[in-house]
Design a protein around this ligand. Structure first.
Ligand code: PEP
Length: 250
């Protein structure tokens, strides 16, 4: 019998944050206290802040993550960062396949799958992102797009290692728009069904996050949808009070 899935609230700072922004993390640490909490918490900061953020959050329930990594551990890849480097800097999670990377850097499902493998090999947890564009939703192909991305982006090793999935409709990211509860429920149920069909009990235990304009004001409603096991939060993770509002809703 699989265990209930623990909620994860993960922040994605994207390309935001200088050393001074560590103050927001210190504030978050004070707001959430020492735990134990009903949910896990992570903040995926820019590479430059991973080590200092991990040091600052040591001993708190706030884990630190990166936002991308290379598929290789080391080598001649100027400007890239490996999962092993992020692990060494203190990261526990790495986002892979965010729609901004798929769009801005042409990342394919195969790239995302290889990156997720690299994250697992480094002993960290990949947060694997999938989600349809506005045009794909309008065309009625949202479900098919997500199912296809999921099948090709999740590595086989997910059956024996911890992974997290984030469903992020591209048109909801940073726009203030969110899908209806029914639309979120439909996609999350389909993701769960595919994970269970592929990984059995292990698939039933994988956290499926919703991402896209989650705020303190809508978090409780979204987190109440079946098979929504947390959130991947962009804009509202930048301010400790807003992010804590979502954590409290969880
Ligand atoms: C994201 O970038 O992963 C995201 C969900 O952004 P926002 O919360 O700002 O829509």
């Amino acid at each position: 019998m699989s265990q209930p899935v623990k909620t994860l609230i993960a922040g994605n700072w994207k390309m935001n944050g200088l050393k001074a922004s560590l103050g927001e993390l210190e504030q978050l640490k004070a707001l959430v206290g020492a735990g134990p909490l009903a949910c896990d918490i992570a903040v995926c900061v820019p590479f430059t802040l991973v080590a200092s953020a991990a040091t600052a959050m040591a001993g708190s329930p706030v884990a630190i993550g990166g936002q991308d990594c290379h598929t290789q551990t080391s080598g001649a890849h100027t400007g890239d960062i490996s999962a092993a480097m992020l692990a060494d800097a203190g990261a526990a999670f790495i986002i892979v396949g965010h729609s901004e990377r798929r769009a801005d850097h042409g990342e394919t499902d195969a790239n995302v799958q290889a990156k997720a493998e690299a994250v697992i090999a480094a002993g960290l947890t990949p947060i694997i992102c999938v989600g349809e564009t506005e045009a794909e939703r309008r065309a009625g192909s949202a479900l098919a797009v997500v199912e296809s991305q999921l099948a090709a982006s999740v590595p086989d090793s997910a059956g024996t290692s911890k992974i997290v999935i984030a469903y992020e409709p591209v048109w909801a990211i940073g726009t203030g728009l969110t899908p209806t509860r029914a639309d979120i429920a439909e996609i999350h149920a389909a993701i769960r069904a595919q994970l269970v069909a592929r990984f059995g009990d292990a698939g039933a235990g994988i956290a499926i996050l919703y991402g896209g304009s989650m705020k303190p004001g809508n978090a409780a409603e979204i987190l109440g949808v079946d098979d929504v096991n947390g959130g991947l939060v962009g804009g509202a993770s930048l301010k400790a009070e807003d992010f804590n509002g979502i954590i409290q809703a969880a």
